[in-house]
Design a protein around this ligand. Structure first.
Ligand code: 26Q
Length: 826
């Protein structure tokens, strides 16, 4: 009776409708008439979720029975965005749901936008994790993600009306119920903080850690459906809660305040995502988050492993753990602690297990972004872990000393402990020493990881431990979902079913043989135009200004950071504005019309980045209001950048700006997304831009600027032989002066930002400005020939096969994790 009544994914429109109506009446307790769009979203989400749960369950049972080696992706960030449209696509019930909603009087577009983004990440690193989950499930790999269930995701960005500056507001994304998670109130672990650690001194290296404070970790499971498969993987997010809601003893003693305080501090651990990328270390709560998450995740993995009844020495044969940057590095120490203290494994065996289990991905070469933690803080919060770290250091020192006797300077460079007051733990060095493989995220970046970041470790461990896995993005979300018109055109042109090329993105190359077909060119241009009109409409609603969809759309969207050089872009816009201002009306008519879009958040404490936003916003107010020029140049800073906003912006771009100082952007992933939608690339020779150019050919991208090897030399010159901007780059000097003269208001507030260029110029704007302006001119010229431009656009999309996250995940699965696909039967 069980098997015969077991539910399968529904495939008929009538099933969808029945389920939606049922959820409206029961789960939502509402009447089907006078239901609003949000109610329709909730009901559609619940109906879809029922299908996911069935598949998710099947998948978990399948892998539990099969007992394959599993991989775990540890990331403090998963920038998922919306789920409903992705779930419908992956389940293959999008058309049925659209029809069903329509029969109930709703348009699916209006319903889908009711969903709030799950924004549990800052930017590239978090979105990469989300793309990797999608690809792992699609390829039927036994991969789980582990992260934190933050009550508040990345802050909402508001732009202050008075002065154009950024304001931050909390993002209460869980305010309405979240249908995409399954609370697992029975999956709970205790996590200890503080207390003291006593070594047993019995020669085993073991210790007993006791006292302090214990906090509970509760699991919430997020279902991750694969595309075109029943396989539905799991993302397990931990929520912290106090061990007892009230500390009964304190409560009975009449100390009500103290009792409540204890519960507050436990809940605080998972309350908020840290909104910084690339800086701000030393905060106790951040370290607490890191340990809380790694301890709960490892306890969970260990329990799953033990259920298989295998000897502990085989742990690494059944488990691979990928560290998404150094944030989860404590997992290394925690696994040592579990093996040595709890499983009685001798140290050297434990170390063998650990060093076969972990893999480490680095995402940055900026020295200020390398994570370090003060020894006294570690001693206070995690006394046992500090002992283990020192034990690792001691043994590692001995082995280095053996290979390079007496090389004290080398030891100091390679040490996991940086001397100083206080001493600091270098998390990256710890991650390198304990991992089987270390990788960067694009070829150039991986080269810099070997040459600049860890040269001593390459010498010590050998080159083969350090390799590259170029990032990728999921073509399901970043082509089919966000750009359905282009997806349809590609399917028609390739004469292949959509699910074939969406799973094997190299198939896009088939577009190349149609590049010269005028019919395709025309349709291709029409799709772009349609996407631009969608964006224009969106912006018109937001700003109450007309946006000309026949103009070139030029887009830079990413976190605000000096190394990403939004400043170069805005100074270039001002340069263009001043040129236009000085033209006669006749001359202006020959100029390529352009609409420039910016979006991105600045870390709340990053002063210069926030000033950059303020400058962009105030420049836009002046430019957009100038009747002499505003038909030719307009500028928008779109507030509150998010995954959903990216899904509207990217398909509409004619060109995207990827203009980081050479050697600073590890990879970039929006560059891939733009190119996938046929947006051309204006960029520096940096990160994955290089590999994109390799694929599409240099005549299809617009490169400019100094190359990585020049950058250090130029910085040296800036410091020791400074040349005033007026002399070095007069055009730029004029632009800086224009800002200083307050034509965009501000009363001198921008001086600190301008001075980063005038003095020191660490990100070499003065060296790259001329070349940048020439490149922008080349872009304008190329755009005049629309046929040529469209051909470049088609060629670009056609060569994006390499940048599917499916390829990236395959690299990890084969070269690193050694795991295999296994399909859940229909
Ligand atoms: C660390 C410690 C304390 C607080 C915050 C952090 C922190 C948080 C987030 C440090 C870094 C990040 C995020 C980094 C990031 O997004 N890096 C980007 O990763 C992408 C995926 O590999 C690359 O494409 C980008 O080039 C890289 O900048």
């Amino acid at each position: 009776t069980w098997t015969s009544s077991m539910r399968n994914v529904f495939t008929e429109t009538s099933d969808v409708t029945k389920s939606i109506v049922n959820h409206v009446q029961t789960s939502l307790a509402r009447a089907p008439y006078n239901l609003d769009d949000f109610g329709a979203y909730q009901a559609a989400a619940l109906a879809t979720r029922d299908n996911l749960i069935v598949n998710w369950n099947e998948t978990q049972i399948h892998f539990t029975r099969k007992q394959p080696k599993r991989a775990y992706y540890l990331s403090l960030e998963f920038l998922m965005g919306r789920t409903l449209s992705n779930a419908l696509l992956n389940l293959g019930i999008q058309p049925q749901t659209e029809q069903s909603l329509s029969s109930l009087g709703f348009s699916i577009e209006d319903v889908l936008v009711q969903e709030r983004d799950a924004a549990l990440g800052n930017g590239g690193l978090g979105r990469l994790a989300a793309c990797y989950l999608d690809s792992s499930a699609t390829q039927e790999l036994p991969v789980w993600g582990y992260g934190l269930r933050y009550k508040y995701g990345i802050f909402m960005q508001l732009i202050k009306e008075e002065d154009g500056s950024q304001l931050e507001a909390p993002d209460p994304w869980l305010e309405h119920q979240n249908p995409w998670e399954l609370p697992r109130l029975d999956v709970v672990y205790e996590v200890r903080f503080y207390g003291s650690s006593e070594r047993l001194n019995d020669g085993s290296g073991r210790a007993v850690w006791s006292g302090g404070q214990e906090v509970l970790a509760v699991a919430y499971d997020v279902m991750i459906p694969g595309y075109g498969t029943r396989n539905t993987n799991n993302l397990r997010l931990w929520e912290s809660k106090p061990k007892r809601g009230f500390d009964l003893q304190s409560f009975n003693a009449g100390d009500y305040e103290h009792a409540v305080e204890a519960s507050n501090s436990a809940a605080a651990i998972t309350s908020v995502l840290y909104p910084n990328d690339h800086t701000t270390f030393g905060k106790e709560l951040r370290l607490k988050q890191q340990y809380f998450w790694t301890a709960a995740s490892l306890a969970d993995m260990m329990r799953r492993f033990k259920n298989m009844d295998k000897p502990i020495n085989e742990f690494a044969e059944y488990n691979a753990i990928q560290l998404n940057d150094t944030h989860p590095t404590l997992a290394i120490v925690e696994l040592m602690r579990m093996l040595v203290d709890e499983e009685d494994v001798p140290w050297s065996q434990a170390w063998t297990i650990v060093t076969n289990t972990f893999f480490f991905t680095n995402h940055t070469v900026l020295p200020e972004a390398l994570e370090k933690w003060p020894v006294p803080l570690m001693q206070h919060l995690l006394p046992r872990h500090l002992q283990i770290i020192f034990d690792i250091v001691r043994r590692f020192f001995l082995s280095v000393e053996k290979k390079f006797p007496g090389d004290v300077a080398r030891l100091a460079r390679m040490s996991l402990i940086e001397e100083g007051f206080p001493q600091q733990i270098r998390m990256a060095n710890l991650a390198v020493v304990a991992s089987r493989k270390v990788n960067g995220v694009a070829e150039l970046h991986s080269e810099l990881v070997r040459k600049n970041l860890f040269p001593d470790f390459v010498e010590f461990f050998g080159k083969s431990k350090f390799s590259n896995v170029t990032n990728g993005v999921t073509p399901r979300r970043w082509l089919d979902q966000c750009n359905p018109a282009l997806s349809q055109l590609i399917t028609d042109t390739l004469k292949l079913p959509r699910d074939v090329w969406l799973k094997d993105l190299y198939k896009l190359e088939g577009l190349l043989q149609h590049v010269d077909d005028p019919k395709l060119q025309k349709s291709w241009a029409a799709v772009k135009r349609q996407n631009k009109e969608r964006l224009a409409h969106f912006v018109e609603q937001m700003f109450g200004l007309k946006v000309d969809a026949s103009a070139m759309f030029d887009v830079q969207i990413k976190r605000l950071h000096e190394y990403k050089r939004q400043t170069l872009n805005i100074l270039g816009v001002i340069y263009r504005y001043l040129l236009l201002k000085n033209m006669t009306p006749e001359e202006r008519k020959k100029v390529n019309k352009k609409v420039v879009f910016f979006a991105g958040k600045a870390a709340p404490g990053y002063y210069v980045a926030k000033l950059t936003i303020r400058l962009i916003v105030n420049v836009s107010r002046v430019i957009n209001a100038d009747p002499d020029t505003n038909q030719y140049l307009s500028l928008f800073f779109l507030p509150d950048y998010s995954v959903s906003l990216a899904e509207v912006l990217i398909p509409a771009a004619d060109i995207s700006q990827q203009i980081s100082t050479a050697g600073t952007e590890a990879s970039g992933t929006s560059n891939m997304k733009f190119c996938l939608s046929g947006g051309l690339l204006l960029g520096t020779v940096d990160g994955a831009n290089i590999e994109i150019a390799e694929e599409v050919g240099e005549d299809n991208v617009f490169f400019f600027g100094h190359l990585t090897p020049d950058v250090d030399k130029l910085r040296y010159e800036h410091t020791y032989h400074p040349v005033p901007v007026e002399q070095k780059c007069p055009e730029l000097a004029k632009v800086l002066d224009a800002v200083s003269s307050n034509i965009f208001g501000g009363n001198g507030v921008y001086e600190p930002l301008l001075n980063t260029v005038r003095q020191g110029d660490y990100y070499i704007l003065t060296d790259d400005f001329d070349s940048y302006i020439r490149a922008v001119e080349m872009v304008d010229e190329a755009y005049q020939d629309q046929t040529e431009w469209i051909k470049k656009s088609i060629r670009t999309t056609a060569k994006m096969g390499k940048f599917s996250s499916d390829r990236a995940i395959q690299d990890y699965a084969q070269e690193y994790w050694n795991i295999e696909s296994s399909r859940v039967s229909e």
